[in-house]
Design a protein around this ligand. Structure first.
Ligand SMILES: Cc1ncc(COP(=O)(O)O)c(C=O)c1O
Length: 380
């Protein structure tokens, strides 16, 4: 069997001990032991999001929790500013359209993150706006928005800030309470190093006030139903028990390593990858790069689909391509979760081999040496 190493920005590689933890005998969820596990998971999620807010666990992918948050926090009478700077940001506009939520889309060039100045200007232009929706780490372009700076504005104006942190939480600094974020969402298959299937939403009292005032019809992703069940650490519908057990196990490990330690390590991997790209003669796509994923521009004359195919079939590295308008133009490498300096050197070595095979002129080992210099400095 070929060894496949996932460098896609989700799903990511799952540690062996996590797989074993999830493989333990199936248990029922309407039991005291499930409730105890859920209670412990809730406290660990509070650590992950750096919050004292309510942390809801959905059996679904990240989109389910984000849809629940948007629908709940944007009832009739409210109006949202939705930052649109990539494929995932576009999805939140789609949610607004689907549920008839009044909104304005704020277009920002792909590869750029949203900055406080952009938000300030848009909010000044429309006094009806009372909510901002933004993607912290836009995975499709590998760009980071300044969520901390944006939160200062939304807080000052008494607005709600809803954040898609699906490839941010557990990878880059996220401080929900200290920054003043009202709802933050993530999914299991990213920095949490789990298979896909769970989504998490941290929701604070300011957001609950809005949610409790609204009446938008919704069922499976109804935040109020999840909150009611959480009173007894239960779930409104059948939860994915093995994944929840895995989540608790992963987060115990995260707490041991500390979030600060993980943020520093992820930043080191991203810095090394960006340095390698530059040394190989490739361009990093994002103007505001995020540390959880790196997008490199595919150079002239290189076939992106063939590059990704060979990376997998010959060398066992699964990387991601571009989405939407970026299809065929970029390749993306994850730095989230169960991946270290030596995995990263491996994928960069394979990239050099594949680029050379396609006739791209580069000095073999130039990217690797640049990455190693970053590691040497960081590991001193
Ligand atoms: C930033 C971001 N938002 C939303 C999503 C969608 O999440 P899911 O596929 O878990 O529904 C993803 C998935 O890659 C993502 O990276």
């Amino acid at each position: 069997m070929k060894k496949i190493r996932l460098f896609t920005p989700g799903p990511v590689m799952v540690p062996e001990d996590v797989m074993l933890e999830m493989a333990r005998p199936m248990d029922h969820h309407r039991t005291a032991s499930y409730r105890e596990m859920h209670k412990e998971l809730h406290e660990l999620l509070r650590y992950l999001f750096q919050t004292q807010a309510t942390c809801l666990t959905f059996t679904g992918s990240g989109t389910s929790a984000m849809e629940g948050v948007i629908v709940g926090c944007c009832p009739p009478g409210s109006k949202a500013l939705v930052v649109q700077n990539g494929k995932f940001a576009e999805r939140w506009v789609k949610v607004c359209n689907t549920f008839g939520i009044d909104h304005t889309a704020l277009d920002i060039e792909w590869g750029h993150g949203a900055k406080p100045g952009d938000i300030q200007k848009a909010l000044d232009a429309d006094p009806k706006l009372d909510t901002v929706i933004v993607v912290h780490s836009e995975t499709s372009t590998a760009a980071r928005s300044d969520v901390e700076g944006i939160a200062k504005i939304t807080r000052d104006r008494g607005m709600l800030l809803l954040v898609d942190g699906i490839t941010a939480v557990g990878a880059i600094p996220v401080k929900m309470d200290a920054w003043g974020i009202d709802a933050y969402v993530t999914g299991s298959q990213k920095a949490m190093m789990l298979p896909p299937g769970l989504a998490f939403a941290a929701v604070n009292d300011r957001a609950w006030e809005r949610i409790d005032s609204g009446k938008t019809p919704t069922l499976y992703n109804d935040l109020k139903a999840y909150r009611k069940s959480l009173d007894t650490f239960d779930a409104p519908y059948t939860p994915n028990v093995p994944l929840i057990r895995g989540a608790k196990f992963v987060l115990e490990g995260v707490k041991e390593r500390t979030l600060e330690g993980i943020w520093t390590e992820t930043a080191m991997l991203a810095k090394a990858t960006r340095a390698a790209a530059e040394a190989m003669g490739l361009k990093v796509f994002a103007a505001d790069p995020v540390d959880s994923v790196t997008a490199m521009v595919v150079p002239e004359g290189v076939d992106e689909a063939a590059l990704r195919k060979t990376m997998r079939s010959k060398h066992g590295f699964q990387i991601a391509g571009g989405q939407g308008d970026l299809k065929g133009k970029i390749v993306r490498f994850s730095h989230m979760g169960y991946v270290d300096a030596f995995d990263t050197l491996g994928v960069l070595a394979a990239l050099e081999l594949c680029l050379q095979e396609q006739g791209f002129r580069l000095e073999m080992g130039s990217g690797l040496a640049a990455a190693q210099r970053v590691f040497t400095e960081a590991m001193k």
